[in-house]
Design a protein around this ligand. Structure first.
Ligand SMILES: Cc1cc2nc3c(=O)[nH]c(=O)nc-3n(C[C@H](O)[C@H](O)[C@H](O)COP(=O)(O)OP(=O)(O)OC[C@H]3O[C@@H](n4cnc5c(N)ncnc54)[C@H](O)[C@@H]3O)c2cc1C
Length: 404
């Protein structure tokens, strides 16, 4: 009988496992991951940014967990020798109409307790010589990290605590019995007192397997990237973002210096016809039908048809993608960019057509479900792990460590 069984070996599941191990050194912890390595899905295909927390609504979990998570992630990387760099970033307005929103972002940064500065177009050029803009905001605490290394370290620490880590183990069914939860997988059954669902793109389904209704459905949005050819990497020194569309939780295509020295451009945000669909042609009948028969999707589509169509055009037309990037760096050309990996975001959508804006954690009787953990959940992973662990009742036979 395990004390805690965690479904999902992405950055959220592993950080939660590590936190539980620190709280309850004698706990028996099990992590179940269906793929053959950690961080296979969202975590391993993201932009690798340690976000500052400037974008999020003051008082939200995202604002708090991201600001605190930015600091705790940097400290974790330092402590464990994980590749990271606090390089800062610029957000730039390239059209007059974006200036009020840039001002709003600056004020939001201040409200969220983040070190930000308004800078002129000339000052932007001192940081990013190839950017053409009207004005910018500099965010000092933004960084980049290798999140795959972070996950491996979280996994190592769970194992050192005595945790049981199972790859290639897909959860198929969860049965709540008087003795505990019986978790049926493709590798046999496991019993646990408490289940923690951190299944990312499948988190709504795992919640339902556990008789919990998250009141939202995961809709997959693919983010496609190009990469600057090595000769053109000089165009980008740090991270360059546009002013985002406030109606969406996505940040707009941007340039990101990665921790390996490459420079990525993207991601866009296009509806994926498969939850784990990394290619444009990927299709899954169940995933597709669930989205198409969900009233929330049609309400969202009706409201944002124009943006949706623009995203599809930008997905299929490299020229359209490059035009978006040229708004930031006019001299970037199509031949400077080659396609690279894509990632798929798990974004929860409510029945009324509203995208769930904040992190969403739903409690069951003997379970807890992380049902919306999109960006900046990698940055915030240590804080999400702490928040999830704090909501789990202390098992009768376990003593928490005094420091918690
Ligand atoms: C394109 C993109 C760019 C992003 N950029 C950033 C960024 O720069 N900075 C940032 O902070 N965040 C970023 N994010 C967000 C961040 O990557 C995610 O919020 C975070 O990785 C979510 O972690 P997770 O553990 O919840 O999900 P995941 O990493 O998806 O992990 C969930 C795991 O659950 C497993 N699973 C699912 N079902 C089952 C089952 N039945 N049985 C067993 N296992 C199961 C999956 O295989 C998967 O490994 C980005 C995301 C994307 C997609």
């Amino acid at each position: 009988m395990y004390d805690f069984a965690i479904v999902g070996g992405g950055i959220v599941g592993l950080s939660t496992g590590m936190e539980l191990g620190q709280r309850y050194p004698d706990a028996r912890i099990l992590v179940l991951e269906k793929e053959n390595r950690w961080a296979f899905h969202q975590t391993g295909n993201n932009s690798g940014v340690i976000h500052s927390g400037i974008y999020y609504k003051p008082g939200s979990f995202k604002a708090k967990f991201c600001r605190d998570g930015c600091q705790s992630m940097v400290a974790f990387c330092q402590e464990h020798g994980i590749d990271y760099e606090v390089c800062g970033k610029v957000i730039v307005a390239t059209e007059e109409r974006e200036l009020p929103m840039l001002e709003t972002l600056y004020n939001r940064g201040l409200e969220n307790g983040i070190q930000v500065a308004k800078i002129t177009a000339e000052e932007v050029k001192e940081i990013e010589p190839h950017v053409s803009c009207l004005a910018g905001v500099r965010v000092f605490s933004t960084g980049i990290a290798n999140y795959k290394q972070v996950c491996q370290k979280y996994a190592d620490l769970i194992q050192q605590q005595g945790g049981d880590l199972r790859l290639n183990t897909k959860v198929l069914k969860i049965v709540d019995t008087p003795k505990g939860q019986v978790i049926e997988t493709n590798q046999g059954s496991f019993e646990a007192r408490f289940v923690i669902n951190c299944a990312g793109l499948h988190s709504d389904r795992i919640a339902k397997l556990n008789q919990v209704d998250p009141q939202a459905k995961i809709v997959p949005f693919r983010g496609e990237y190009y990469e600057l050819t090595p000769e053109k990497r000089y165009l980008v020194k740090t991270l360059i973002y546009p002013v985002p569309n406030p109606a969406f939780p996505f940040l707009g295509v941007h340039f990101t210096k990665m921790i390996d020295g490459s420079v990525h451009a993207g991601p866009n945000a296009v509806l994926s016809l498969k939850r784990e669909g990394y290619k444009k042609t990927d299709f899954d009948l169940r995933d597709f039908t669930e989205v198409m028969t969900y009233p929330g999707f049609w309400k969202l589509a009706a409201k944002h048809a124009d943006e949706g169509i623009q995203e599809i055009i930008r997905s299929f037309s490299k020229a359209a993608f490059v035009r978006s990037l040229q708004r930031l760096i006019p001299e970037v050309q199509s031949e400077d960019l080659v396609p690279t990996h894509a990632g798929v975001r798990a974004q929860a959508l409510m029945n009324d057509g509203k995208l769930v804006d904040d992190f969403l954690i739903v409690k069951g009787e003997h379970s807890i479900h992380v049902c919306n953990a999109p960006s900046p959940a990698a940055t915030s992973s240590l804080e999400i792990g702490k928040a999830v662990a704090a909501q789990i009742p202390t098992p009768q036979h376990l003593q928490p460590t005094l420091s918690v």
